[in-house]
Write a protein that binds this ligand. Structure first.
Ligand code: GYE
Length: 321
């Protein structure tokens, strides 16, 4: 009788211990945060800062451990970061690729390790679509077309354009350039008289615009800038040359950062086409789906708007970046 009682007590104790250890283990596993490696291009523009902030803030909100790598404008730095994420065995990788090509080898390494890759912001060119899970970004072709369409409607007699290109080889610059060229080709009065890269930077936009003014002088009637930072740099260069940006020279631009929309309100930039950088929530929702084995959209874009003198003042209060 006593033996039986002892055995019952000991069995119960063992069962209890097993139960609690399993319980602890299960709890431990559930509490393990998701680890995401994010290879950012750098910090070339206000758009980029907003994008970085969105990715960091949303990770924090969701208890995701974000390993952030600043590529400092160099693809080789981003490739190194991706490799290190693979070695560390992160749960997922996000990359905002500086340029379009040259990603296959490192993406193959991620694929072999079974780590899903989300391409964010700028797309890549590859023949093997299985190398990344999906692309979450912006319709750069639409943005370039909207900028050109605005000119067709509003430029009046002004036709001679200089272009401030983004980073050479980037999807954002390549596609915005092509879309704009395609659109103005349909209105033969327009003439692209010069085009140079300002690397998506304010300083770059200013320097290139100064050189354009020196070279072409009064011939310049329109500036097409691939982003607001370069447009704002061009505004400075135009003012320093004693001219009125937005009046003597029409400026069209892309991004719609707060400062860009403010410049529209102030009449210094004529139109900004929106490119929303706040991808954090969408990116982590997508990663959660990928980890759960659920299907995700292959390509998804943010919906973008156009801000000019007709709506900028009324809408500037809503701008989040
Ligand atoms: O327009 C620019 C940034 O890739 C869409 O990169 C992005 C571009 C954006 O530096 O401001």
């Amino acid at each position: 009788m006593l033996m039986n009682l002892k055995r019952i007590i000991s069995l119960t104790a063992t069962a209890f211990m097993l139960f609690t250890t399993c319980g602890l283990r299960a709890e431990g596993a559930a509490a393990k945060p998701l680890v995401v490696g994010f290879a950012q291009t750098g910090a070339e523009s206000a758009w980029r800062t907003a994008n970085t902030n969105s990715m960091k803030a949303e990770a924090e909100k969701r208890g995701i451990k974000l390993k952030f790598a600043d590529g400092q404008g160099k693809q080789e730095n981003q490739i190194r970061a991706l490799r290190s994420f693979v070695t560390q065995g992160v749960d997922a990788i996000v990359v905002a690729p500086i340029v379009e090509t040259g990603w296959d080898p490192v993406l193959r390494e991620a694929k072999r390790a079974g780590i899903p890759v989300v391409v964010m912001d700028r797309n890549i060119q590859t023949d093997d679509k299985s190398l990344f899970a999906c692309y979450i970004g912006s319709d750069f072709y639409k943005e370039g077309s909207l900028a050109a369409e605005w000119l067709v409607k509003n430029a009046g007699a002004r036709t001679r354009i200089v272009e401030l290109q983004g980073t050479p080889g980037s999807a954002a610059a390549n596609v915005r350039r092509k879309a704009f060229a395609d659109a103005i080709a349909k209105s033969p009065a327009f003439k692209l008289i010069d085009s140079q890269s300002g690397d998506f930077r304010r300083s770059g936009g200013k320097e290139v615009m100064e050189a354009f003014i020196k070279k072409h002088g009064k011939e310049i009637e329109i500036v097409y800038a691939h982003n607001d930072d370069m447009a704002l740099g061009a505004v400075q260069a135009i003012e320093e040359a004693g001219l009125k940006p937005g009046k003597d020279i029409i400026i069209v631009s892309i991004d719609a950062i707060k400062e860009g929309v403010q410049a529209v309100v102030d009449g210094k930039i004529n139109v900004v086409v929106e490119c929303n950088p706040l991808f954090g929530p969408k990116v982590y929702d997508t990663i959660a789906k990928l980890k759960a084995g659920e299907p995700v959209e292959r390509t998804s874009y943010n919906v973008d708007e156009v801000f000019d003198s007709t709506n900028a003042a009324a809408r500037i209060g809503e701008r989040q970046y």
